[in-house]
Ligand binder design. Structure first.
Ligand code: ZN
Length: 162
């Protein structure tokens, strides 16, 4: 079901748009190989016609297939916009494109969904990365231990001096 609103249907009362928008129609290019769109966008929107504009409000949901940038593990990211609202002027320079009395909401939804994409997808905010990386870290961590050993060696020397 495309996200298209017929303005004539809006004259009398507001309209509800509820359903799923296939990935192909949403036509998002994440520009990022760690994010993939597999499932359709779910939407529940209410569209109202104001004097010279449209007011769209509602909920958008999309599941993204991501790859953690730290540990490379695939995981699912639930993108959810609960109180999404969009105000679209019908006239003027910023006016929406009206074709045969119809307005396609897809570009506006696409724009705001894209803004919510994770910049650096992480399977967990605390993700510690690849096991190799943590070995590197524990080696580093053993650094202070070494100094500890050194200082105890100095302590031994001091004892000898005494
Ligand atoms: Zn991870």
């Amino acid at each position: 079901m495309p996200l298209v609103i017929n303005l004539r249907h809006l004259d009398a009362h507001s309209l509800r748009l509820e359903g799923q928008l296939p990935v192909a129609e949403l036509d998002i290019d994440p520009h990022d190989e760690v994010i993939q769109l597999v499932q359709p966008l779910e939407h529940a929107l209410e569209v109202q016609k104001l004097e010279d504009s449209l007011l769209v409000q509602g909920r958008l949901q999309l599941n993204l297939e991501c790859q953690c940038v730290r540990c490379l593990k695939p995981f699912r990211y639930h993108l959810k916009l609960d109180g999404w609202a969009c105000h679209l002027p019908l006239q003027g320079e910023d006016g929406v494109a009206v074709v045969n009395d119809c307005v396609d909401l897809t570009p506006y939804v696409r724009e705001d969904i894209l803004l919510e994409f994770p910049r650096h997808p992480l399977c967990d905010p605390e993700c510690r990365g690849l096991p190799n990386a943590s070995i590197g870290r524990s080696r580093k961590a053993s650094g202070p231990g070494k100094t500890g050993a050194d200082s105890s060696a100095w302590a031994e020397l001091n004892k000898l001096k005494l």
